[in-house]
Ligand binder design. Structure first.
Ligand code: ZN
Length: 201
């Protein structure tokens, strides 16, 4: 930035820049857009963010974000308990639910392994997955994780870990957009990837 920005603007900029895929230029565009909104709109925007804090929490069973605790999927007695679909983030649940192909339950890791960025196994909900399995054995763990470098190393780590549990571990079939997020896969691609899932070695 050529000149020093007012403190409030710099602070807003720093927050917007932390959003995924947002650089300083886009962050500034957002801020100027917000500043030009009709009176009251910025307040509504900030209220909605504040409400997130108050209303949305992590489900103690699957660790997905939810307003109700446990989340509606964990609380639904019609969902089968023999399949657990492991995903990186809560939004991946929405993508898989949209396929209407899966009737089991989920487990949200809260990210993918990335040791250079400090994301080691302890930072993910892996211990919680093992504790869940010990309490309530499942027949199949579906790793619905995108095949990025981090995704592959997370799947490998989990597969090795799960060897000592008598559970089948499967992964989605190929065909997902490589490097993209699961949430960006279209429903048909994701449904086919679920149907064609294969067992990990
Ligand atoms: Zn849940």
């Amino acid at each position: 930035m050529p000149q020093k920005l007012p403190e409030s603007l710099q602070s807003a900029l720093d927050h917007f820049k932390r959003l995924p895929g947002i650089g300083p230029k886009t962050a500034l565009r957002f801020i100027f857009y917000l500043l030009k909104l009709p009176p009251g709109e910025i307040e509504k925007f900030s209220d909605s963010i504040r409400a997130l804090l108050a209303d949305v929490n992590f489900c103690a069973v699957c660790h997905g974000l939810s307003a109700a605790l446990p989340c509606p999927i964990c609380a639904d007695p019609r969902r089968n308990r023999t399949q657990i679909c492991v995903v990186a983030e809560t939004q991946d649940i929405y993508a898989i639910e949209a396929t209407r192909e899966f009737a089991g339950r989920y487990h949200v890791l809260g990210g993918l392994l990335n040791p250079p960025d400090g994301i080691i196994p302890d930072k993910l909900k892996i211990k919680e997955l093992l504790a869940r399995l010990a309490k309530e054995p499942a027949g199949e763990i579906i790793l619905a994780i995108n095949p990025t470098i981090e995704g592959e190393s997370t799947m490998l780590y989990l597969t090795n870990l799960l060897k000592s549990y008598s559970v089948k571990v499967t992964r989605l079939a190929r065909g997902l957009p490589v490097g993209g997020d699961l949430e960006y896969a279209d429903e048909i691609t994701l449904r086919d990837a679920l149907r064609g899932r294969r067992e990990m070695m």
